[in-house]
Design a protein around this ligand. Structure first.
Ligand code: B12
Length: 434
């Protein structure tokens, strides 16, 4: 009896210590400042600039951009339906009417955007989009292969995103498709890109959570439940001393995932609290300027996640976003800095000191270097901004990328458009496999 009492006492203590991942309300001024960064993007309705993630982020936030939102969704619909369902452009061989075809992940984000407006994909056109996304997943499943030794053409991140998007529309994918993502989580290593990619793991966790809540793959229920636990533990284990899960930019998705947790766990609340404090400390210093990053962060700050798109609340009151009041900068003669630009992955290696105005982005440095020669580079538009695909004539091959590093060996956490090097800094561009 005595031992049983002790045991019950201990269990009670553990229960009391078990916590949820809560997100207390964040200062509305801070949130508004973040949202204001999205407004200029909502005015860019050209095909290259359209970004369904921005729409999703805003709809799951505590903010609204009233008329702009409807127009933006309308433009998304035009673009995605035309480029995916239009006959000439979808073949891709009619150059006169060429439109880049959205990738699997982009199509998935578009479906999330429809759901964020409380629409279910349907009708003849909608069904074709769903079939298209399912076909993408089947292709990826084949690329991974029976023995799981292959790799998806895109990434496990997009694989998870596609399953999630179909799930919030209550569209079932075959157990074998879900099985590939389960296997990746169970065996861990495919989700690494040199290190554990918290973003990828979190996205897989969001997809599994949706599948579990919607009960779309009942045969896999136990495996899914276990995988959610594995993912959660991996994310928690990736917390840095500062409080980030992985790095600062993977923390928003990680928080989205941890907040969906229906079970309490010892230390969960504390871990989330620490992450939230670490994020808040960086909100004012310009760390979050990238529209895609802001779009992943806003839902988390509003205690929402992509899983909420199973039954979104389209009537929730959201504060109206007003454009930021312009601060007039005094025109001054710019101060010049020098950035050392280094490329060792080419022959002969390139290393030059590039003069640029203080506050320039890495992209400005690359532009200046190109102007000075013999340096050359090419980028490709992506939802995160310009993605570097070629340097000094060397284009990336399959599963290769041009990594951005601060010398000697620190990978940058931002892309070329967002990163602003300091005077005397050395930046290396290195062709690596992932
Ligand atoms: C997969 C992935 C990669 C893959 C992409 C290849 C592939 N075939 O998928 C690899 C490993 C190559 C990669 C590289 C980089 N990545 Co990355 N990547 C991701 C991840 C996990 C998913 C992207 C995705 O598929 N999105 C969905 C699809 C639908 O959107 P998309 O725009 O069509 O996707 C393309 C772009 O995202 C592009 N891409 C991938 N990463 C980055 C980063 C930047 C800055 C840009 C402009 C483009 C870009 O590749 C995708 C596939 O074509 C995100 C995580 C996240 N939270 O978003 C990080 C993420 C976007 N990457 C990040 C970073 C920092 C980088 C690098 C700059 C790292 C470095 N130091 O070199 C490089 C890019 C350098 C360059 N050449 O311009 C950060 C960006 C943070 C920020 N402030 O914006 C993120 C958020 C990860 C993180 N938490 O740190 N990445």
């Amino acid at each position: 009896m005595g031992r049983l009492a002790v045991l019950l006492f201990l269990l009670g203590m553990l229960g009391a210590l078990a916590e949820r991942c809560e997100m207390p309300e964040v200062d509305s001024k801070l949130v508004e400042m973040l949202g204001q960064h999205l407004l200029p993007w909502m005015e860019q309705l050209s095909q290259e600039k359209l970004n369904p993630s921005i729409y999703v982020g805003l709809r799951l936030s505590s903010l609204q951009a009233k008329g702009k939102e409807a127009l933006y969704l309308h433009s998304l619909k035009l673009h995605y339906q035309q480029s995916l369902l239009g006959s000439a452009s979808s073949d891709g061989d009619d150059n006169s009417n060429f439109q880049a075809k959205p990738s699997m992940g982009q199509l998935a984000l578009y479906l999330l955007a429809l759901r964020a407006n409380c629409e279910f994909v349907g009708g003849h056109k909608g069904d074709r989009l769903v079939s298209q996304l399912k076909r993408f997943l089947e292709d990826e499943k084949r690329a991974i292969g029976h023995d799981h030794k292959g790799h998806p053409h895109t990434s496990y991140y997009q694989y998870g995103l596609a399953i999630l998007a179909l799930c919030v529309h209550q569209k079932r994918v075959h157990d074998s498709v879900v099985g590939k993502l389960l296997h990746a989580v169970e065996h861990d290593h495919p989700l690494h890109q040199g290190h554990l990619s918290v973003d990828t793991v979190a996205m897989a966790g969001l997809a599994f959570t949706c599948l579990k809540r919607s009960n779309l793959n009942p045969e896999q229920r136990e495996r899914i439940t276990l995988a959610i636990r594995t993912v959660r533990e991996n994310v928690l284990r990736a917390q840095t001393p500062e409080g980030y899960f992985g790095n600062i930019y993977s923390t928003p998705l990680a928080l989205q995932l941890l907040m969906t947790s229906s079970v309490s766990r010892v230390g969960l609340g504390t871990a989330c609290h620490k992450a939230r404090a670490a994020l808040l400390a960086r909100l004012q210093d310009g760390t979050f300027q990238n529209a895609l990053m802001i779009s992943q962060l806003l839902p988390a700050l509003n205690h929402k996640s992509y899983v909420d798109l199973i039954s979104p609340d389209c009537l929730a009151t959201r504060a109206m976003l007003e454009p930021a009041t312009e601060t007039h900068l005094q025109t001054q003669v710019p101060e010049y800095i020098r950035v050392m630009l280094k490329v060792s992955s080419v022959l002969p290696p390139y290393k030059h000191s590039i003069p640029v105005p203080a506050g320039s982005s890495l992209e400005d440095v690359l532009k200046k270097a190109q102007e000075l020669g013999p340096f050359t580079y090419e980028t490709q538009a992506s939802l995160s901004g310009p993605y570097l695909i070629s340097v000094m004539g060397k284009k990336v091959g399959k599963r290769e990328f041009w990594q951005l590093l601060q010398a000697p060996d620190t990978p940058l956490l931002q892309g070329i458009a967002d990163y602003r090097p300091k005077d005397g800094e050395t930046i290396e561009l290195r062709l690596v496999s992932w």
